[in-house]
Design a protein around this ligand. Structure first.
Ligand code: NBP
Length: 472
C-alpha cells in the first residue's frame, strides 16, 4: 500500500539523520539501503517511528505516495547514477528524484536533462551541516525546475534549520545551480578553516598554551567573528586526551584530508577567470600539509628564522583577530564573486543576498556576519564586490593596519600565513589604480607581438613596438 510521504535511499550517516529529521516533522518515510542489514538495523533501532524499511527497490517504490519523492543520499559519483538507473524503470511520470549528496554540478546538469527525457523530475540539492545538521536542521540548496521545488517546498522548509523564523532553504535556481552553490559554500568553508588555523599557528609560535588559545576563540565567538567554526575551534582546543591529559589537538597528525569540493571550486574559478586566492591558498595548504614526509625532510634541510615573540600578548590577540576578520571578508567576497559570475553566465537568476541568508543556520559556515552580507545585497542587488559595500569597506579600513602587521610579522618570523597573505594581496591588487601589467604587456609584445593598448590613446586601439633583437 502506498503510504509514505517521502523515501530515502542510502542509510549512511547523512541519510539516517535526514530520515529522522523528516520523520520528526510528521511525515512517514520509506527507507532503502543497498546493504539490507543496515536498513533492518536502522528501523529496529527506532521503534514507534513512522518508518517503512524496504528490502528491495520495488518494495520501496511501491510504498510511496504519488508523485513519489525519493531522496538519494549515497556516495557522490557513480553510485548516484547506479541508483538512478535502477529507479527509472520502477517510476511513473512526474515522480521526483532528489540527489542530496555532494554531486558535481555538471553531473547534476547531465542527470537533470537525462531524467527530464524520461519524463521524471529531478532536484539536485546541496545539503550542509554534517551529521548534526542533517538531524536537527541543515541548510539546503536545491536546484531544479521551480515547479518541482514548489512540490518539495513543504518538506524542505520543515526540515531545514530556522534563523529568525526563516527556513534555511530557498530555491537556488534551475539545473545544477543548487549543487554549484553548495560547492562554493564548501570552498568558502575551506577558506574559513584555514584562516582559523593560521591564527592558531601564530598564537602557538608566540607561546600561548592550548588552554589560552581556547579562551581566545571562545571570546571571539562572542563578537564579530561569532561562527560555528570559531565555536568548535574553542571546544576542540579544550578537549584533553583521557590517557595522557594532553590536548587532543596537539596529538593529531598535521596532515589534512579533503574530499574534492575545494579542488572543484578552484577548477571552476580558473575556468571562469575569477580570483579566489584565499580559497586557493586554503586548498593548497591542505595539499602541502598532506606531504608530511617531504616537510619533515625539508624542516632539517631548508633554513629560516626561528619564531620568537616578545611583544604585548593582548595586542597580538587584537591584531590576529583583525587579520582573521579582514581575510574572512576577502574570502567571502571572492566566493560570492565566483557565484555571481557563474550565475550570470548560466543565467541562473541567483539572489546572492538570499543565498547568504540560508547559510546563517544549519551549515558549517554559519556565522553572525552573514546577516551583514544579506543586508549588503538587499541594499544593493547589483553590488560588484562585497568589499565595496559600506559596512565591509569600513571593516577593511579599520582592520587593515593590524592585518598588514600580522602578515609582515609572521613573514619575518617564518610562520606560514598563506591565506592571510593571499587575502591581503588580493585586497591591495584590487584597490590598485595602476598594476605592473603595463610591463607584462610589454613583455608579451616583445616575445610574441601580442600588442598592447596605450594610456594616451582610445581604449581598444592596439599598438606594437619593434623591440630590439635579443641574441642568445
Ligand atoms: P557516504 O558518502 O559514505 O556513502 C555511503 C552510502 O552510499 C551507503 O548507504 C552505501 O550503501 C551507499 N552506496 C555506495 Br558507497 N555505493 C552504492 C551503490 N552503487 N548503490 C547504492 N548505494 C551505494 O555517505 P554519507 O557520508 O552519509 O554522505 C552521503 C552524501 O552526502 C555524499 O554525497 C556526501 O558527500 C554528502 N554529504 C556528506 C556530509 C557528511 O558530513 N558526511 C555532509 C554533507 C554532504 P551500503 O551501505 O550498501 O554500502
Amino acid at each position: 500500500m502506498s503510504q509514505s510521504d517521502f523515501g530515502l535511499i542510502g542509510l549512511a550517516v547523512m541519510g539516517q539523520n535526514l530520515v529522522l529529521n523528516v520523520e520528526s516533522r510528521g511525515f512517514t518515510v520509506s527507507v532503502y539501503n543497498r546493504t539490507t542489514a543496515t536498513t533492518e538495523e536502522f528501523v529496529s533501532r527506532h521503534p514507534g517511528k513512522r518508518l517503512i524499511g524496504a528490502k528491495t527497490l520495488e518494495e520501496f517504490v511501491g510504498s510511496l505516495k504519488r508523485p513519489r519523492k525519493i531522496q538519494i543520499m549515497v556516495k557522490a559519483g557513480g553510485p548516484v547514477d547506479a541508483v538512478i538507473e535502477q529507479l527509472i524503470p520502477l517510476l511513473d511520470p512526474d515522480d521526483i528524484i532528489i540527489d542530496g549528496g555532494n554531486s558535481l554540478y555538471t553531473d547534476t546538469e547531465r542527470r537533470d536533462a537525462y531524467l527530464a527525457s524520461k519524463g521524471l523530475r529531478f532536484i539536485g540539492a546541496g545539503v550542509s551541516g554534517g551529521e548534526e545538521g542533517a538531524r536537527k536542521g541543515p541548510s539546503i540548496m536545491p536546484g531544479g525546475p521551480a515547479s518541482t521545488w514548489e512540490v518539495m517546498k513543504p518538506i524542505f522548509e520543515s526540515i531545514a534549520a530556522k534563523v529568525d523564523g526563516e527556513p534555511c532553504v530557498i530555491h537556488i535556481g534551475p539545473g545544477g545551480a543548487g549543487h554549484y552553490v553548495k560547492m562554493i559554500h564548501n570552498g568558502i568553508e575551506y577558506g574559513d578553516m584555514q584562516l582559523i588555523c593560521e591564527a592558531y599557528n601564530i598564537f602557538k609560535h608566540a607561546g600561548f598554551t592550548t588552554a589560552e588559545m581556547a579562551a581566545i576563540f571562545n571570546e571571539w565567538n562572542e563578537g564579530d567573528l561569532q561562527s560555528y567554526l570559531i565555536q568548535i575551534t574553542g571546544k576542540a582546543l579544550e578537549q584533553k586526551d583521557p590517557q595522557t591529559g594532553t590536548p587532543v589537538v596537539e596529538l593529531i597528525v598535521d596532515k589534512a584530508g579533503q574530499k574534492g569540493t575545494g579542488q572543484w571550486t578552484l577548477l571552476n574559478a580558473a575556468e571562469n577567470a575569477v580570483v579566489i586566492s584565499t580559497i586557493n591558498a586554503a586548498v593548497e595548504a591542505r595539499i602541502l600539509s598532506s606531504q608530511r614526509a617531504q616537510r619533515l625532510v625539508a624542516s632539517r634541510e631548508l633554513s629560516g628564522p626561528v619564531p620568537a615573540f616578545s611583544g604585548d600578548r593582548a595586542a597580538l590577540v587584537r591584531k590576529v583577530h583583525d587579520a582573521l576578520y579582514a581575510s574572512k571578508i576577502i574570502s567571502y567576497a571572492q566566493g560570492l564573486d565566483l557565484i555571481k559570475t557563474m550565475g550570470e553566465k548560466k543565467q541562473w537568476g541567483l539572489d546572492l543576498g538570499r543565498i547568504a541568508s540560508i547559510w546563517r543556520g544549519g551549515c558549517i559556515i554559519r556565522a553572525r556576519f552573514l546577516n551583514r552580507i544579506t543586508d549588503a545585497y538587499r541594499a544593493n542587488p547589483g553590488l560588484v564586490n562585497l568589499m565595496l559595500d559600506p559596512f565591509f569597506k569600513n571593516i577593511l579600513n579599520t582592520t587593515q593596519q593590524n592585518w598588514r602587521e600580522v602578515v609582515a610579522e609572521a613573514t619575518l618570523q617564518g610562520i606560514p600565513v598563506p591565506a592571510f597573505s593571499a587575502s591581503l594581496g588580493y585586497y591591495d591588487s584590487y584597490r590598485a589604480e595602476r598594476l605592473p601589467a603595463n610591463l607584462l604587456q610589454a613583455q608579451r609584445d616583445f616575445f610574441g607581438a601580442h600588442t598592447y593598448e596605450r594610456l594616451d590613446k582610445p581604449e581598444g586601439e592596439m599598438f606594437h613596438t619593434d623591440w630590439p633583437e635579443v641574441i642568445g
